[in-house]
Design a protein around this ligand. Structure first.
Ligand code: 3H9
Length: 682
């Protein structure tokens, strides 16, 4: 698209209409900024023009700065310069906002003299989610408009305000229907032309703008110690209390540039694009020919119920199938009880609960899957059970239905083989709790058809989930990498580390929970049973389970949980037990330093990620990162394991893994020979 096309200029009598036309989201690329400046300049010089309306084509008014330009050297006109130029115009500009005005897009609207919004429009400053502060005058103009405390909330929360709320706050001056938006904006522009411009830069901060700001700021500083962007937002808003608008804007830009160049914002921007990139699957259309409309879920346990709720929440009719009437009744109770928790917390109205429940039919017997476009099996994790279900489903389900399994570990290729339509079989690996977690690993076999995949991905996206396509292997991407970490947890406990040390290392790294506390919460017996079934060992975890220490639910695991406590405390008994296991296994105990603990937890996972990429189980390193960000709470400010590997350097990681393999005699630590090549694979 040429620079001329990204902004269109038209007229409504004596009002120039400047329209953003940069699909898909009207991001303010260099071309758009240049074209906007030229259009404003022209309109200002034209004697036949009294005022200007700034409008936009498409669903999004403007998504702000073009984030993909942040890794390149800045090119004039910069966005702050463009907005400063708008302040110099003789004629007023009114923003006609028919969709989301975000980040620089919101700042662009704030640089206008007034804003008219449609009911579905919104205003937001989400820069904080990218580790940034608004860098085009937002920290100066917004406090002048709505007060410092309200502006602080918007900038540090990052969530947009809907039109009605924006009107109440004073961000929007009026609401108009989409049909009347342009005409009303033009009328308001003419009115402002008669009254004189309403530039926020010319307005001082009045005393009413300040109350509540410092109290809110103090709370935020406490809560987000490590987030430089929060401190920068607070500092920059404080600058707005002075009268020198231009100097405060210069300071804001300096803070913005510093954050933009930092590792945290780089990782957060990477995560933003990684999430969107994962939606593009080679050979698979983003729009299926026949979208999924009806769903059946087999198995009303925790997973099945959560999956059914996800669909019901998004408006899909769902049939939740159990083996008998009692099972169906139990599932209904379970779903009702889960919704009740949300109602009690105030996050769901009783009316919404009723509506959602009404979308789920609780039935006994597989025959009830007959009408569904998509059937998801969430039954017991056992190949015999899957064989039976998929064999019978094949006879019952519509010929064009997609048949999915929610298995976490079993071979989806083999499950597809239980049907006469393997091209319509795939895995949908939801994460627990399925009604909350966004990640779904969508497992494609060698035979899965592009249309079956397209239908599944579109359905998952309709639920607000983040589906990532992966190939068939034990544990798929996430659990396969996790297994490498779990091996090292056990190994290091055997060598002398403590659960508290391991957990503290990972929480300092940025995880919300360490692996031992997590294991105790989930129950150690689940993986113990799985190890026994597959003939694998984890000497420390096995010994804990043999002693009846299954975690929180038994009052003891890696930690002790006295009197049903949810937070574990270090337990001398557990440590004694570990010492005994070390002696039995002939492993000399020593003190491991925290750096070794961290590297042995994280680097083997990265190594496994590289193997996964080399095998084509994941298409891109960034897909692996999306899985870890959304399925396992990898700290977002570190981008994901593969992004982190790029920052640390794969050569160093390989060197450290080699050194640990040498030191411990654990050959599983030897690095993959193509580690460096794979980490760089975009
Ligand atoms: C900023 O403004 C800084 C300023 O304060 C100061 C500057 C000096 N840039 O999300 P979608 C792409 S920082 C470049 O799937 P939706 C996206 O990658 C910015 N590209 O659509 C995707 O590409 P593809 C502050 C962008 O309808 C396509 O557009 N603003 C940008 O689900 C569609 O995106 C933000 O943080 C961008 N800014 O959601 C807002 N935005 O098709 C970021 C999107 O190749 N954007 N793309 O995969 C959003 O939150 C959502 O995109 C939005 C639409 C809600 C707008």
């Amino acid at each position: 698209m040429s620079a001329m096309d990204v902004v269109k200029v038209g007229r409504q009598d004596d009002v120039a209409v400047v329209t953003l036309n940069n699909a898909p989201v009207n991001a303010l690329s260099h071309a758009v900024r240049s074209a906007l400046q030229a259009a404003f300049h022209e309109a200002d010089r034209d004697d036949a023009i009294r005022a200007i309306v700034l409008a936009a084509n498409g669903k999004v008014f403007c998504a702000g700065a073009d984030i993909s330009e942040f890794d390149q050297p800045p090119r004039a006109p910069l966005l702050p310069d463009l907005l400063a130029f708008m302040d110099t115009l003789a004629k007023p500009v009114v923003a006609a906002v028919g969709g989301a005005a975000l980040g620089g897009g919101c700042e662009l609207a704030l640089a206008c003299d007034a804003r008219i919004a449609t009911p579905s429009a919104g205003f937001g400053l989400p820069e904080v989610k990218l580790g940034l502060l608004p860098g085009a005058g937002g920290t100066q103009r917004l406090p002048r408009l709505i007060g410092a405390a309200a502006a602080l909330e918007m900038m540090t929360g990052g969530e947009p305000r809907k039109a009605e709320e924006a009107l109440a706050l004073g961000i929007a001056d009026r609401i108009a229907t989409p049909q009347d938006l342009l005409a009303e904006a033009a009328a308001l522009a003419r009115q402002v032309a008669g009254e004189g411009r309403r530039r926020l830069s010319a307005r001082g901060m009045d005393a009413g703008a300040l109350p509540g700001f410092e109290e809110k700021a103090a709370v935020l500083v406490n809560k987000h110690e490590d987030a430089d962007e929060i401190a920068a937002i607070i500092a920059s808003i404080r600058n707005s209390f002075g009268t020198d608008f231009a100097a405060a804007c210069r300071e804001e830009q300096a803070l913005f540039q510093k954050l933009r160049q930092g590792a945290r914002s780089k990782a957060l921007r990477y995560a933003f694009f990684a999430e969107r990139r994962s939606a593009h699957v080679e050979g698979v259309s983003p729009k299926p020919e026949k979208p999924i409309e009806t769903v059946a879920v087999i198995g009303g346990g925790t997973m099945g119920s959560g999956i059914a709720m996800s669909f019901a929440n998004a408006g899909f009719p769902v049939t939740l199938i159990e083996t008998d009437e009692e099972g169906a009744a139990r599932a209904q109770e379970r779903v009702g009880a889960t919704y009740d928790i949300s109602v009690r917390r105030g996050s769901l109205s009783a009316e919404d609960k009723t509506q959602r429940m009404a979308r789920i039919s609780f039935k006994a017997g597989l025959d009830h899957a007959a009408g569904a476009d998509l059937v998801i099996e969430a039954a017991f994790e056992d190949m015999g059970v899957k064989r039976d279900i998929f064999g019978r489903l094949d006879a019952v389900a519509r010929p064009d239905a997609v048949l999915a399994t929610n298995t976490s570990y079993l071979d989806v290729e083999a499950i597809a083989g239980f049907t006469a339509r393997p091209q319509q079989v795939l895995g949908m690996h939801f994460f627990s709790p399925a009604n909350v977690m966004r990640l779904v690993e969508v497992v494609r076999t060698g035979k899965t058809s592009p249309e079956a995949l397209a239908r599944t991905l579109a359905a998952a996206r309709a639920l607000g989930k983040l589906p990532v396509v992966v190939g068939v292997c034990h544990g798929f991407v996430g659990n396969r990498m996790l297994a490498r970490r779990s091996e090292q947890v056990d190994r290091m406990l055997l060598e002398g580390a403590t659960p508290a040390q391991i957990d503290a290392v990972l929480t300092r790294f940025g995880f919300r929970m360490g692996p031992c506390a997590m294991g105790d919460m989930a129950g150690l017996d689940i993986s113990w049973r799985m190890r026994k079934a597959t003939g694998r060992r984890a000497p420390v975890a096995d010994a804990l389970c043999e002693a009846g220490r299954f975690g929180q639910k038994t009052g003891a695991g890696y930690y002790a949980y006295p009197q049903g406590a949810r937070q574990g405390v270090e337990d001398p008994e557990a440590l004694k037990l570990m010492e005994a296991v070390s002696a039995r296994e002939g492993v000399a105990r020593r003190i491991l330093d925290d750096q070794e603990v961290l590297e042995r937890l994280v680097y083997p996972m990265i190594d496994e990620g590289a193997r996964i990429l080399a095998e084509g189980i994941a298409a891109r390193a960034s897909d692996i990162d999306v899985i870890w960000l959304h399925g396992y709470n990898w700290p977002r400010g570190l981008g994901g394991p593969m992004h982190y590997a790029g920052e640390v350097g794969p050569d160093l990681i390989a060197e450290r893994l080699d050194a640990y393999a040498e030191q411990t005699g654990d050959a599983s630590l030897r690095p993959f020979e193509r580690l460096g090549e794979m980490v760089g694979k975009k």
